[in-house]
Design a protein around this ligand. Sequence first.
Ligand SMILES: Cc1cc2nc3c(=O)[nH]c(=O)nc-3n(C[C@H](O)[C@H](O)[C@H](O)COP(=O)(O)OP(=O)(O)OC[C@H]3O[C@@H](n4cnc5c(N)ncnc54)[C@H](O)[C@@H]3O)c2cc1C
Length: 478
Amino acid sequence: MYDVIIIGAGVSGSAAARELSRYNVKVCVLEKSEDVCCGTSKANSGIVHAGYDAAPGSLMAKLNVQGNRMMGQLSKELEFPFQRKGSLVVCRSKEELPVLMRLKEQGEENGVEGLEILNPEQALALEPNLTEQVEAALYAPTAGIVCPFGLNIALAENACENGVEFHFDTEVESIEKVNRGFLLKTDSGDYRARYVVNAAGVYADVFHNMVSSRKLHITPRKGEYFLLDKGAGDHVSRTIFALPGKLGKGVLVTPTVHGNLLVGPTAADIENKEGTNTTGDGLAAISEKAGQNVRNLPLKKVITSFAGLRAHEDGHDFIIEEAEDAPGFIDCAGIESPGLTSAPAVGLRIAEILREKMRLQQKPDFQGQRKGILNPELFSMEERNRLIQEQPAYGHIICRCEMISEGEILDAIHRPLGARSLDGVKRRTRAGMGRCQAGFCSPRTMEILARELGVSMEEITKAGGGSGLIVGTNKDVL
Ligand SMILES: Cc1cc2nc3c(=O)[nH]c(=O)nc-3n(C[C@H](O)[C@H](O)[C@H](O)COP(=O)(O)OP(=O)(O)OC[C@H]3O[C@@H](n4cnc5c(N)ncnc54)[C@H](O)[C@@H]3O)c2cc1C
């Protein structure tokens, strides 16, 4: 019996878990995947939006601006990569100028600071690769970029260090209201809790509708991307947005916190809540649209493509509240963009709802600081040599594209909620994220995982479940 069960270890569930871990309360997170950050939180633009997009007065607008303000301090407490680089929305015709002006007014209504309309000379001075057709641009200095995996993993790790239990490979199949709480049936047994937080991403409607007669409906809205090599990373210095359209913010071009260039996403409503495949049409649409606002995009430097699903609820706002007719069931639904930006504020709001309902008391021993994985690249040569002498694994490079050593991989495996798969190592260290996309380092990372976890090479997967990489090996050869 738990006080609170959170469904989903994405950025929303992990932020709620971390905020709740400040209190004397027994919390458990149930996640169907093998790791944190396996849903939409791993496949997005990684932008910390300034907050001019959402409709004034909406919960989305409020939590966007609040989350943006919290991100700097949080990145220091939890050591994940975040840079406040600013963003530009590009307007290419005089007819569209009122739309840009309206966006600025909307941002000001939402409380976004420092918004400015730039003329073409000012915009091109900031971003020389902008299209020469630029008529004006909305500059938002408070926008930023964040490592989505870094943020999600840091929140979850810190929650775990403060006593929250995480149960992976545990798929919730049904929820029933029972005496004094809820019964959750999963593929690994039954769980009971007095309160449930429904942070199941694109599946949040399914769980809500199991306990409430006021139905929600979430449409998966697919966004596809190209990721470009680090050689293209400085093509722009800030996030470059198109003017927003009916289905969202349009195709953007942005540097990432790790120095790559990201181009996308598309926006297409689909039926399949697992439909994260990329498509020929989607990628062709990115190629066509990306060049409209940024010149000479080096699309030959694409190293991979991927897609994520926005959890678009029909009302187009975040729903973070107790379900009217299911006391104790707290929805965290419709968390589409800017859900990553808003996550710190989403976590806070969920914890506030439960603090009041459950009269929670603060824990005196809450530890809010978390050490990130040590990155020797940030060290001077002298410091790096000292580290290698003390711990030789840091001198053994495993991923040559990203220069990731065995030391970092060992840290990723042995820390709280450590990596158990190739993708788990990749999201924590970047081993396998570079130009060769794990072509060279996969076998070496697998050997380390097998050795450290005490399992055979056949048991190492790419991403849990049935994604094993080796079958039918001759053990004598290995
Ligand atoms: C294309 C795209 C671009 C975006 N760009 C940005 C951006 O730049 N900035 C920004 O702020 N936001 C952005 N977003 C939005 C942001 O990524 C999401 O709002 C956020 O990641 C949602 O997090 P979540 O935890 O609510 O959902 P998820 O990350 O999807 O987490 C839900 C979790 O629930 C688990 N789950 C589901 N069903 C079950 C079950 N039955 N049992 C157990 N576990 C279950 C899933 O496995 C998953 O781990 C973007 C989204 C997309 C798709």
